[in-house]
Design a protein around this ligand. Structure first.
Ligand code: NCD
Length: 306
């Protein structure tokens, strides 16, 4: 059974196809309005979410399917001590496809190994978040017309930010990518991502603590929030949370066609004044995420039916 646990589970060609389907959905929504008639998506969210869960739900509804699920672990039998394996075996009796978010790294893989329907990883701890990456790639493609030959800056919590880890993995397969890692010392990209992804694929990268210094060379700036829920102590969080705040003054130093992205939720990292700047792409990213999730649901359900 084909699931999506890691962005590398999809080939570059498959990602191209998903982008093409998402574009076609935007142009011809009626064509897809009943594509998932009588199919059910189960959203199993053991960790809070606004965008990811609701965008999965909106995606399935726009495909003519329906949605069941829960939005917090304490609304499920996890609160009674049920394992992820048993939960997904149960859900496999009710639904056709699962989107699952869990605070533990590896939980999505456990789910996929136990479900008899496709499982989509909607975030597993600080590990990865492949459907956010699909939203990110779609946004980059729509804004820049390409996924290669780009200088991409990642700023903020590069240690715990699963969206960062997934997008770096995805970008490592395109030519001419330069990565600039901008973070406080304590929140640097984990060395396993540097070694296994950047160094292994020969992707040139630099590390800095200086956002303003890095800004002028960037085509894409991917801002992230400091991941409070993954900190061991609140003092460290409070010390680091406002390390970077992007405002209009700082943007004066950036390229006129910079694309500012953020997986959201935003806390303080981007001043709201930036929202009106044409370079702000983070709400377009939200919309793109819904279309890419539609394309993904269609693909996985189609593959499951043959
Ligand atoms: C991200 C996540 O959950 O990892 N949010 C999202 O899905 N768009 C980013 C975050 O929580 O900071």
């Amino acid at each position: 059974m084909r699931s999506l646990i890691d962005i590398l589970d999809l080939s570059v060609e498959e990602i191209d196809d998903l982008i093409a389907t998402a574009c076609d959905i935007i142009d011809n929504p009626d064509k897809y309005a009943e594509a998932c008639k009588r199919k059910k998506l189960a959203t199993l969210f053991f960790e809070p979410s606004t965008r990811t869960r609701l965008s999965f739900e909106a995606a399935m509804l726009e495909l003519g399917g329906s949605v069941i699920g829960f939005s917090a672990a304490n609304n499920s039998s996890a609160a009674k001590g049920e394992s992820v394996a048993d939960t997904v075996k149960t859900i496999s009796c009710y639904a056709d496809i699962i989107a699952m978010r869990h605070p533990k790294e590896g939980a999505a893989l456990v789910a996929a190994n136990n479900a008899s329907i496709p499982v989509i990883n909607a975030g597993d701890g600080g590990h990865c978040h492949p459907t956010q990456t699909l939203a990110d790639l779609f946004t980059i493609y729509r804004e820049k017309g390409r996924l290669s030959d780009l200088t991409v800056g990642f700023c903020g919590d590069l240690k715990f930010g699963r969206t960062v880890h997934s997008l770096i993995n995805a970008l490592s397969r395109y030519a001419g990518i330069h990565i600039v890692l901008i973070s406080p010392e304590e929140l640097k990209l984990p060395s396993y991502v540097k070694k296994d992804v950047l160094q292994k694929n020969g992707i040139p990268y630099t590390q800095t603590t200086d956002l303003e210094g890095a800004l002028p060379e960037l085509d894409i700036l991917y801002m992230t929030r400091v991941q409070r829920e993954r900190f061991f102590n609140e003092e460290d969080y409070l010390r680091l949370k406002d390390s970077y705040i992007l405002d209009l003054k700082k943007l004066e130093k950036a390229k006129s066609d910079l694309c500012v992205m953020h997986p959201l939720p935003r806390v303080n990292e981007i001043s709201v004044a930036v929202d009106d700047d044409p370079r702000a792409c983070y709400f377009k990213q939200v919309l793109g995420g819904k279309y890419m999730r539609m394309a993904l649901i269609l693909k996985l359900l189609k593959e499951a039916s043959v």
